[in-house]
Design a protein around this ligand. Structure first.
Ligand SMILES: [Zn+2]
Length: 295
């Protein structure tokens, strides 16, 4: 999970841009209510800081405040290429460090997510802190889901700082090689571990990381075998330890799939057995093999 710096634009900035051409009753309504939307955005921030966004009730439709009206202004003025507030949409997408999706850490950001979905919380459709950069895969998997309990909340890229090591990898070699990514509560506590598990399950992140792991293990298989056959167990151990150090240097959080995978290999006695390494399908067998074992 990647923490993203919040964009400088406020809810007022976004609403003013989106309604700059106030040619409809609805746009005039949004402008008139701007102070209320700002106040609700402040309340959102306070709850998010307290890990309590799940306490916000879905919005009711009253008068001009309808899902359809807010969806229309978002799609016409914010996400559309010619929209009056499109520059904010572009800045939100550009705010993700390295263009990487803060939800999965590996996808490329090409969309903007409503952390609390606009189909249920339509008055947050233009609220700056609710607009988060995301990759299309995570956005599709997240859909209109939202938490009704604290332990079901997704990790919010603007507010949740998850420190410590929480991603572990587990490998079995028989009857076939399978890799599984699991959340450890040791550093982050049970409550955050539950949230991370929900985040991983819903967004199918374990499957994504297992796919990267399949590719890596398959490509490295021959190097592992050569090291074992020509230079022995200690040379293989040393090589994998060096790869782990390199992966840790490249990782900003220590919870990348590669770090977790190598951390597992380094401490797994079975990995040093020739038959087990041979059980990893070679790249020629691609695409028949996927080492995913989601549960
Ligand atoms: Zn993603």
């Amino acid at each position: 999970m990647i923490r993203v710096p919040r964009i400088a634009a406020t809810t007022r900035d976004i609403i003013c841009s989106a309604t700059s051409n106030a040619d409809t009753d609805f746009k005039r309504f949004v402008r008139k209510e701007i102070a209320r939307f700002e106040k609700e955005a402040e309340h959102y921030k306070i709850l998010a800081e307290l890990n309590s966004l799940y306490k916000v009730a879905p919005h009711s439709e009253v008068g001009l405040s309808t899902r359809d009206n807010f969806k229309a202004i978002y799609s016409e003025e914010l996400s559309s290429a010619g929209g009056a507030a499109r520059s904010h949409y572009d800045l939100i997408r550009a705010s993700a460090p390295y263009g990487l999706c803060p939800y999965c850490g590996v996808g490329y950001v090409d969309q903007v997510d409503h952390f609390l979905p606009k189909s249920k919380f339509h008055e947050f459709a233009l609220t700056s802190v609710n607009l988060v950069p995301i990759c299309s895969r995570c956005n599709k998997n997240k859909g209109a889901k939202f938490a009704k309990r604290g332990c079901d909340q997704y990790i919010h890229p603007y507010f949740d700082l998850v420190e410590g090591i929480w991603l572990n990898c587990k490998i079995v070699f028989a009857p076939e090689v399978k890799v599984r990514f699991v959340i450890s509560a040791e550093d982050v506590g049970e409550a955050m571990a539950n949230r991370l598990e929900r985040h991983f399950d819903d967004l199918k992140i374990g499957e994504l990381y297992a796919a990267y792991s399949s590719s890596y293990l398959s490509v490295m298989r021959q190097q592992f075998l050569d090291l074992l056959d020509k230079r022995g167990v200690n040379a293989l151990k040393f090589d994998v330890s060096e790869q782990l150090k390199q992966a840790e240097r490249e990782s900003s959080t220590g919870n990348d799939w590669k770090v977790a995978l190598l951390r597992c290999l380094v401490s797994l006695p079975e990995f040093l057995e020739r038959d087990n390494i041979k059980a990893i399908p070679s790249p020629e067998n691609y695409p028949a093999w996927r080492c995913t074992a989601p549960s």
